[in-house]
Write a protein that binds this ligand. Structure first.
Ligand code: CUA
Length: 347
């Protein structure tokens, strides 16, 4: 049994370590986490293999032959064996727990000059808020990050439990109602990734993904300043007469509508929700059936998305009531109707 177990362990560990388990490494300390995983795997495989070897060997060797009705020999326990099989797992598990704690402690350590980004989960999207220039804040539904900048993500939720997870950064943290949880990450590789919700949170759980863009620090700075200007422009009166559509495009972009909706004018290609390139005609038609103008129909669809669900699409769009309102909402409606062939005018 020991010989079979030893050979099977060597083969098992070799196979386990040869498999590339992990997605791209895109943050500092990812190697530490991956090494921890490989150590756990290397320790677990021999135990699994030895237990299975003993079990299979015993089933084959000591099985009852046909006609054999006799009982096994009476066994009264073995103190030495029991001490051994309690002590070994105890030492193993304690050692691994200490190793795991050391890694976790290092990964969670406060970093010099870290930026706090507020993360809010909501059925079924993520919202991010950055400290902007001049004490202002910048909101985005795309998680822009500067390479090599340490971040502390402060995580909350507007409704149920979600879990903030970017597989390329490895770490995961729950968003719990009534609490602020946090996780520290320093992205170190430029690229596009995804925040994935890792806690079953309702019908749209599988669609709860937002884009992460790790960019060079100067690009990040430019983006942040541009967002701050854009927010100021819409907050300060928003839709100027005739200029509503342009402001609406900014509202469309900054609220991440394109993550789920295709709209050629905004260059987006999401497929979770209906395509918006022909929303004007659809809104006119379906609005008329309900005695609404196209603008009212679109407006209500943004504030109360479950009111009119387009067949074939899951009813997963969060309400934007209170998030996009007043002049911003009017501008968004005007924009959507104008770029899809309607006359605009948001009433
Ligand atoms: Cu949010 Cu799953």
């Amino acid at each position: 049994m020991l010989a079979i177990g030893a050979v099977a362990s060597v083969v098992g560990v070799a196979i386990a370590l040869s498999i590339d388990w992990f997605p791209t490494r895109a943050a500092a300390k990812v190697n530490e986490i991956d090494t921890l995983y490989r150590v756990l795997l290397s320790v677990s495989v021999p135990i699994f293999v030895l237990v299975m070897t003993v079990a299979i060997y015993s089933v084959v060797k000591f099985r009852a032959r046909p006609g054999d009705m006799s009982d096994g020999a009476p066994i009264h326990g073995s103190t030495r064996l029991e001490v051994i099989w309690v002590t070994i797992p105890f030492l193993l598990v304690t050692g691994l727990a200490i190793y795991g704690w050391v890694v976790l402690n290092d990964v969670e350590a406060k970093q010099q000059g870290e930026t706090v980004v507020k993360v809010r989960g909501q059925q079924f999207t993520w919202h991010f808020q950055y400290p902007g220039p001049n004490g202002k804040t910048v909101d985005s539904d795309v998680l822009y990050l500067a390479r090599d900048q340490p971040y502390k993500f402060e995580i909350t939720t507007s409704d149920v439990i979600h879990s903030f997870w970017v597989p390329e950064f490895r770490l995961k943290q729950d968003a719990v109602p009534g609490q602020t949880t946090h996780v520290r990450i320093t992205p170190d590789r430029v690229g596009t990734y995804a925040v994935v919700c890792a806690e079953l949170c309702g019908l749209g759980h599988a669609t709860m993904r937002n884009t992460v863009r790790v960019v060079e620090p100067n690009q990040f700075k430019a983006w942040l300043e541009q967002q701050a200007r854009g927010a100021a422009a819409t907050a300060g009166g928003g839709a100027a007469p005739g200029g509503g559509a342009a402001a609406g495009k900014q509202v469309f972009t900054s609220n991440g509508c394109g993550a789920c909706h295709t709209l050629a004018d905004a260059g987006t290609s999401g497929t979770t929700g209906p395509k918006l390139d022909d929303i004007a005609a659809a809104a006119a038609k379906f609005g008329k059936q309900r005695g609404l103008t196209a603008a009212k129909y679109v407006k209500q669809s943004i504030e109360d998305p479950t009111a009119f669900v387009v067949p074939g699409y899951p009813p997963v769009m969060p309400s934007f009531k209170g998030r996009v309102q007043g002049a911003e909402l009017d501008a968004l409606v005007e924009y959507l109707l104008s770029v899809s062939g309607g006359k605009g005018g948001s009433g």
